[in-house]
Design a protein around this ligand. Sequence first.
Ligand SMILES: Cc1cc2nc3c(=O)[nH]c(=O)nc-3n(C[C@H](O)[C@H](O)[C@H](O)COP(=O)(O)OP(=O)(O)OC[C@H]3O[C@@H](n4cnc5c(N)ncnc54)[C@H](O)[C@@H]3O)c2cc1C
Length: 455
Amino acid sequence: MAYDFDLFVIGGGSAGVRCARIAAGHGARVGVAERRFWGGTCVNVGCVPKKLMVMAAEYGAAARDSHGFGWDFPPGHHHWPTLIANKDREIARLNVVYRTLLESAGARIFETTAGFLDAHTLDVGGERVSAGRIVIATGGRPQLPAFPGGEHCIVSDDAFFLKDRPQRVVLLGGGYIAVEFACIFAGLGSQVDLVLRQPLPLRGFDEDLRLALAEALAANGIRLHPGTVTESVQAVGGARRVTLSDGTVLDADLVFSALGRMPQTEGLGLEYAGVATDGHGAVRVDAELRTSQQHIYAIGDVTNRLNLTPVATAEGHALAEALFGPGPRQWALDKVATAVFASPPLATVGLTEAAAAARGPADIYLTRFTPMRHALSGRPRKTFMKLVVDQRTQVVLGAHMLGEDAPEIMQGLSIAINCGATKADFDRTVGIHPTAAEEFVTLRTRARVAGGSTT
Ligand SMILES: Cc1cc2nc3c(=O)[nH]c(=O)nc-3n(C[C@H](O)[C@H](O)[C@H](O)COP(=O)(O)OP(=O)(O)OC[C@H]3O[C@@H](n4cnc5c(N)ncnc54)[C@H](O)[C@@H]3O)c2cc1C
């Protein structure tokens, strides 16, 4: 049977754009639908604008730091509307770049919503379109909390378009979005309360790293409310009153809920195509990214596995190569480095101490020091670094860092760790001086053994 397209991609975010572009580049007849903004979450309401705002937040402290180096910048005022306008201009430029990439690759673009009518047919903004293969790349979306008054909160999508910077912000959640925005608002001068259910932020990350982060957040003036949940949010005039499970009442100008994201599958008509989802609405896929239908695939956040942009793009690329290129392209998806752009940022790759210890004895190396810049700035900032090493093979299983440039440093380290570097390989590497990164190749003294060995 002849279809209108060889491939139709639903969703023009990181995963969908890459998949459509590469497939079209291989000569496939490709259609792609995006209903909101080209580039998806990452470009519009995720990584990119977030990082621009993190950069904005760093300038105030940097100006104060400069006094220790002889500069006399007076305390400045931050103009939020300028930041948002400049950010919007940059994002609009990126939207055009993404759209142009698709068009120049030869894909036909649809700026509308697509949904299934049956397993090979889609309704694309009222047009009936058929495709031999279909890729679901519809991403995820933030959800409002279910407690009383949840509707008085904003979610991350809203935070990028606030007209003014709120003076008092309550952030709900202990994940990376909550932590990053806590640092953004605090860095720009807001009073920030961070409410988290766990004793420490970033569940799932290395415990020492979590502790170092909690200390860094407190040093930034952020008030942490660990081990608490929100019972209710009330609107009091234009302000908000937040009641916590420990009885604390917080008055705020803005309550920002970062309590979780949902796969975006609602209204897609998956039931008409026979595509199965899990209990959270995520599309189930096998190792080849195939759904319960042989010719329908799902990539990126909609599958709710490792919700990161580079993973989404790698999946989109790999799938397009497998379907229309010379063959599948391999990515190392088991040891993906990741960063949290807090202030200072942190980054990590491989196993945590706890995960390594569960597999066998692990040698732990760590260091904590005042970075060179802050010896003169006087700012109470610490850098933390840690290596987790398999005691038997001496392979470095994990690296963790909190400190300036941690994400940039970890990208390089992740290559070594993905190549199976041992502690001896780290030790024989000559450092670059004076840097923080050189500490990773000069960690000589084992701090402890995790996982029960005595050697
Ligand atoms: C605040 C925030 C910060 C983040 N920071 C980072 C970071 O620093 N680093 C990192 O790696 N990741 C980060 N992420 C995660 C990253 O943004 C996602 O992993 C990535 O965008 C997933 O890409 P995707 O293509 O799967 O989905 P998306 O980028 O969400 O794209 C899906 C697209 O599909 C469209 N769509 C949905 N349904 C339909 C439909 N029926 N018809 C047509 N179009 C449809 C949507 O409009 C959307 O544009 C962040 C996320 C958030 C929210």
